[in-house]
Design a protein around this ligand. Sequence first.
Ligand code: SAM
Length: 203
Amino acid sequence: MSWWESAYRSGSVNWDPGEYDRHLPWLLSTFDIAPCRAIDLGCGTGKSAVWLAEHGFDVVGVDLAPTAIRNANELARVRGVSATFVAGEFPGEFTAGRRSSVLGSEPFGLAIERGFLQHFGPGRELDRVLRAVVDLLAPDALFYSLITAREGKRARWGPRLWSESEVRESLGAWFRIRHMELSVFTPDEAGSMPAWLTVMDLG
Ligand SMILES: C[S@@+](CC[C@H](N)C(=O)[O-])C[C@H]1O[C@@H](n2cnc3c(N)ncnc32)[C@H](O)[C@@H]1O
């Protein structure tokens, strides 16, 4: 069983905001993003994906942890929205044949991730993930990322902390960075850890 799955089973998931990522309304309005196919990578319990579905997006959420995916499906059911949640390791389980059968063959107009990319060290491992993200996207798609920052105070739950230059170099190698700012992981939470908010396109 993965470390993530045990965390979701035990309920020890202090990265889970309890609600959708509060940056999303800002993202949609600032970049004028209309409802489209969207994917949430490392979607956890699906709060952000369900929020996007409630706002008209055709959403797929992908996560390694089956318990998180079960919770996400239950949340969609309770909220009365349609969203697709798939358990599996990204990108490994979503390449070639399986990708189109579970993610659909249409490209995505929006990809989001909160606290997912940061677990892949800069370099080849992260490049493999970013290449797979590029392959999922439509030419005019946007990619939103929130990565815990080294700048500012120390994180409480011990993820890898990224400097601005690491984020810029890693993401900028694959995407054009449209916006980058030092925000926090959970805007509504007092003392939330600093995080690099980056919005990108394919250039
Ligand atoms: C810090 S949590 C963030 C979850 C969610 N985005 C949120 O904001 O609550 C990181 C998530 O990435 C998932 N994850 C980690 N590695 C993964 C991989 N290779 N493929 C898919 N999901 C992965 C974990 O199961 C976990 O749910």
